[in-house]
Structures are given as C-alpha cells and as structure tokens.
Design a protein around this ligand. Structure first.
Ligand code: G6P
Length: 364
C-alpha cells in the first residue's frame, strides 16, 4: 500500500487513531437540525416507500457482518422495523425467501467481497430492493445496489477493519434515525440521538487517551491460550467483533457469547487461565451484566470490563464515556481494538498482514 503511515508503526494503529476524524466525516453535512433528522442523498428511497418496509435484512461478511448486527439493533430500536443481520455467504446458499416488503442492505468496506456481491445479484434477480452501506466509492457492490450510504472512512490498509467498522455502525445510526423519523421516532428522541452522534468524535478522542492503560492490560493477557468475550443485547455484537479482532491479529483463540447464555454451557470453561472481557454499559441491563461478572468471579475467572464506571467484580475496568444507550456500542468497541492491537504487538505478530487472511476476498 502506498499511503503514508503518518508516524505510526502500523496502519492498524494509524487507522484506530483516525477514528475521531473518520466519524466526523460520516456525519458531516447529513444532519438536519430543523427536523431532527438526517439527509442521506444516495438512499434512493422516498418517505412513502420507506413506510412500506416491513422487515430489514442486513448482509455482510466478517467485520462488516458484525457492524450489520449492531445496525439491525439500531434500526429496530429507532425505527421499530424488525431487522436482523446474516453472513452473506450463508444467506446466498440457503435459498432464502425473498419478500417484496423486505429491504435488503449489503454491508462492505471494499465493496468487492464476492459473497456479498453474489448475494446482492441474486436478490436483484429476484426483484428485491437492495441498499449498500459501503466504504469504497464506485465499488462493485455500490454500483450494483439500488442506492445506499457511503461510510466515508477513507482508505483502510490494514487487513483487519477498525475505522471502517466504527464508521459503518455510525452510518447505520444515521439510517436508523432517518427511517425512525419517517415512522414513529419523536422529534425529541431524534434530537437526543443527534446530540449523541455529535459527541462521538470527542468521546473517541477520550478513549484513545486510555491507550497506555490498555497496553499494560494487554501485556498481562498476551500469554493467554484463549479468551472469552461477553455482552448482552447491544453489547453482544461488540463482544463478537472484539473477539474476531483478537483472533485475526494475535491468533489467540477467542469466543464471544451473550452473557445470558453463560449458564447454558460456557460457564464450564471458566477458570483462572481463561480471562473474560465483559461489555458492561450503564443501561437497563447493568444489574444483569453485573450478575454475570459475579458468576465468573465465583469461579476465579479473571475479568476485564469495558464499562461506564469501575466494576467491583472486575480485575480491570476500562472506563469509556457514556453516550445515549443506542450509541454506546459504537464507543465500547474502540478500547478493544487497542486491546487486540497491543496483545498482538506484545506477541510479535505481523499486525497489518495477519497470516492466512486477505483484505478483501473477491473469489468464492
Ligand atoms: C475479509 C477481511 C475482513 C473483512 C471481510 C469483509 O475477510 O479479512 O477483515 O471484514 O473480508 O470485507 P468487506 O470489504 O466486504 O467489508
């Protein structure tokens, strides 16, 4: 790649640090304060059409699939449209029921991932409406889609995605707000979300200042054989993405589970040698999440919490700034990008080019 590393040792580090500016870019020019809504010029979906959507199905691979899972949650909570995300590769091969009242959304950083492109083509062939949430302008998926939202993360060189993930989730928040304000989201709630969105860049800036603390924690975890990531509802896709990031660049085995499912199996794994990384936002599930930490502590498991306030049961807490409940997942993933980074660095891994992986998989 020919982009300047700008004084960073790796592209990944550069791209993590670029996130305040990247998020600023995805928001810029799109917020309409007069109606507490957003303007998305390329959507190609008028209000009357938007009101007829009965379901939303989001398709992507890898990190983009995880961004889609958070996106589905944002759409359900703000627009109250049933939404879910599925790996594009799975969707394509299960002969899915393609329903005219469903809006399909393809998510891709590169816009070239073959499994996603093929899913879009199959959907279009069946007459479905497909939008793209894509980073690379003019890419194959962007061209094939009926419309969409560019995420404006800028060029991403490191094989694993960081800033594009954050921008994609932020783009989904804009789309959810847009659909919500066409449907049942009040002006007041719209305003609340807009204020939250505007706080993101400076809050990310604050999180990046915790890097030294995260580096020290990473040094402790670098020898682990395996790690467990847990979260609930909005926090679960954050856990999935954090565990993927760790696997991709450190080659440490990691699992992500909904905290609520611990008791149905994975609790058997908990022992001092298996650290747990827990997403513990200060929301309506705080007490439930704390109960999970207690369960783990009772089995002598080590715990790192990513939370809005220090957690008594955790060995370490990375405290992140609070935003609106809906937008918290955008912030809670960021310290875990740094955790994966510093863990991999401590293990001497080739961070920008992990073994066996490619930036985009353009073949079957
Ligand atoms: C590859 C990369 C992943 C990426 C996935 C989807 O597997 O290694 O980091 O998340 O493709 O890429 P896309 O460009 O479609 O977002």
């Amino acid at each position: 790649a020919s982009y300047d590393m700008g004084g960073h040792d790796t592209y990944m580090h550069k791209e993590i640090c670029e996130q305040p500016d990247a998020v600023d870019r995805v928001l810029r020019g799109r917020i309409d304060d007069r109606f507490s809504t957003v303007h998305l010029g390329g959507l190609n979906l008028d209000a009357r059409e938007a009101r007829t959507i009965r379901r939303i199905k989001i398709l992507g691979c890898g990190t983009s699939y995880h961004a889609g899972l958070i996106g589905a949650g944002l759409i359900e909570s703000m627009a109250r449209i049933p939404a879910d995300a599925e790996p594009a590769s799975e969707f394509r091969y299960r002969n899915p029921v393609v329903d005219p009242d469903t809006l399909y959304i393809a998510v891709s950083q590169s816009g070239e991932t073959y499994d996603v492109l093929a899913a879009v083509q199959e959907l279009k062939r069946k007459g479905a409406r497909v939008l793209g949430v894509v980073n690379v302008v003019g890419s194959a998926i962007a061209r094939e889609a009926d419309g969409g939202v560019y995420v404006h993360a800028g060029p991403e060189v490191c094989v694993v995605s960081t800033k594009c993930f954050t921008n994609t989730v932020t783009a989904f928040a804009l789309l959810a707000l847009h659909l919500g304000r066409i449907r049942d989201l009040s002006v007041t709630d719209g305003k609340r979300i807009i204020e939250g969105l505007r706080k993101l860049p400076s809050q990310i800036e604050e999180i990046l200042k915790t890097e030294e603390q995260i580096k020290e924690i990473a040094a402790e975890y670098a020898g682990a054989q395996s790690m467990m990531f847990i979260g609930r509802v909005r926090g679960y896709p954050v856990a999935l993405e954090a565990s993927l990031k760790l696997k991709e660049i450190s080659y440490i085995h990691a699992e992500a589970y909904p905290a609520s499912e611990l008791k149905h199996g994975p609790l058997a794994l908990i022992e001092p040698a298996l650290p747990t990384i827990a997403i513990v936002p200060d929301d309506d599930l705080l007490e439930k999440n704390r109960a999970a930490l207690e369960e783990i502590k009772a089995r002598s498991g080590r715990i790192l919490a990513v939370a809005h306030q220090p957690q008594a049961k955790a060995d370490h807490t990375i405290v992140v700034p609070k935003n609106e409940d809906e937008l918290d997942p955008i912030l809670m993933g960021i310290p875990l990008q740094l955790l994966a980074y510093h863990t991999a660095l401590a293990m001497g891994r080739d961070i920008d080019k992990p073994r066996n992986l490619a930036k985009s998989v353009t073949v079957e």
